[in-house]
Design a binder for this molecule. Structure first.
Ligand code: SAJ
Length: 410
């Protein structure tokens, strides 16, 4: 069977490679020509521990190739971005484009899976995009011109994809029951986790619920960190102690919540049920407010001191990745650059070779190696718990003021 994976980003490309590693023929599709070329050379266009060897192998043996046009295939997996618009409603233009590009290739009998995280009913809408382009096809099962549409949200954690792609349980929701069964057969070829069948809308909501749960829990931790500052206690110790209770499991406070999932997905619930979701909305507001709080701590530490050098350690959205999407750390450094224009800011980000675009316009900001930045700093602002930073002995930072937003040096 031929499987076509549309969208070769952090999720689509590993999914394509895992399926290809089972011996299936996989054709990846992406609009980004540079991505396509990189992948066809067997190289991974982003940082993901352990993934290079797998990709190199499946490209070298011909199981996986990439192209910019959508081919004929027996199954399609759509893994394109689902950003939201200013009003927090989904922008479905990439799903629409993927649907319209694959529709002409269909002959009847194909399975089409939406993997992108989506608001309730998006999978049904995708099916409708396809049927609009191909009124000769039907969702009624068992006919020669039937197509089978399902939702199988991806739940791997960036940084642990090699483990989680195989081991995680998967929720598979069919627009029709047979679509769910067919999707289950495909995922069973590379997934050792349990494959749980439901309808498409429940599957969409399950994914959003998982990420909203995490967002609410992190908001609780972030609120505790501000309360703890006020009370003069160590929030890390506090949470560690509370978590010894058998039914308490509080996540970690930090500089805010970033990435393209936890900071985005709760909005899909909110936009589909605004009146019924005050708690989820407050969690978003609490987490989005944390960068401002960190900024105020830096300003407090800088008050009355001139000619300061600030080492900002990390701008990725979390540890040991190069992904800067929705990164609260990057946001904090940008605001430092504008609001503390007298200070020199040395940005240390071991996972990138050049200063992120949004920071290039500032004369007072430069990318610096860790040892130099740490040596010159009056204020060390730890924003991401990259392993390079956790390995530092804080005693070597001299008399710099340390603001550790991740609690790694306590
Ligand atoms: N964060 C904290 N404190 C914590 C945990 C995380 O401040 O205790 C911050 C991180 O620093 C980061 C943000 O939250 O800025 C999100 O990081 P994350 O590691 O929680 O999650 P993601 O966005 O990398 O991946 C999540 C995962 N979802 C869940 O764990 C429920 C992953 O399994 C999903 O596949 C992914 O979203 C997705 O694609 O939806």
């Amino acid at each position: 069977a031929t499987v076509s994976v549309i969208g070769l980003g952090y999720i689509g490309l590993p999914t394509a490679a895992f399926i290809a590693s089972t011996g299936a023929r996989v054709i990846g599709v992406d609009v980004n020509e540079r991505f396509v070329e990189t992948i066809n050379r067997g190289e991974v266009p982003f940082v993901e521990p352990g993934f290079s060897a797998m990709l190199e192998g499946v490209v070298a043996n011909g199981s996986l190739s990439a192209q910019t046009t959508t081919p004929e295939a027996d199954a399609y997996i759509v893994a394109v971005p689902t950003p939201f618009k200013d009003n927090h409603e989904v922008d479905d233009k990439f799903i629409r484009a993927a649907s319209e590009n694959l529709a002409p290739q269909l002959r009847g009998g194909e399975l089409i899976i939406l993997e992108s995280t989506s608001p309730p009913r998006m999978t049904e809408r995708m099916a409708q995009f396809i049927l609009n382009a191909r009124p000769d096809l039907t969702l009624d099962e068992g006919k020669e011109n039937s197509i089978y549409v399902a939702h199988c949200p991806e739940r791997v954690l960036p940084g642990r994809i090699m483990i989680e792609m195989r081991d995680n349980d998967r929720v598979i929701g069919g627009v029709t029951p047979k679509a769910a069964e067919m999707a289950k057969d495909l995922y069973a070829t590379f997934c050792d986790g349990e494959l749980l069948l439901t309808d498409a809308t429940t599957a969409e909501m399950a994914k959003l619920t998982e990420n909203a749960f995490r967002d609410v829990n992190i908001a609780f931790a972030n609120e505790l960190s501000i309360i703890s500052d006020r009370l003069g206690i160590d929030v890390w110790e506090l949470i560690e102690l509370a978590n010894h209770h058998p039914r308490v499991n509080i996540l970690k406070p930090g500089p805010g919540v970033g990435g393209h999932c936890i900071a985005v997905d709760p909005w899909f619930i909110v936009s589909s049920a605004p009146e019924e979701s005050p708690l989820i909305q407050q969690a978003r507001a609490t987490n989005d407010g944390k960068p401002e709080y960190v900024l105020s701590k830096v300003k407090e530490a800088a008050a009355g001191r001139d000619n300061l050098t600030i080492a900002a350690l990390g701008v990725a959205f979390k540890a040991d990745i190069d992904d800067l999407r929705e990164s609260p750390s990057l946001d904090i450094v940008e605001r430092l650059a504008t609001e503390m224009s007298d200070a020199r800011i040395h940005v240390v980000e071991p996972n990138v070779d050049e200063l992120p675009k949004s920071l290039t316009g500032y004369e007072n900001v430069q990318l610096a190696p860790l040892d130099q930045a740490a040596k010159d700093a009056d204020i060390v602002l730890l924003l991401v718990d990259h392993h390079q930073f956790t390995e530092i002995d804080p005693a070597t930072l001299g008399d710099a003021t340390v603001i550790d937003t991740r609690g790694i040096w306590r």
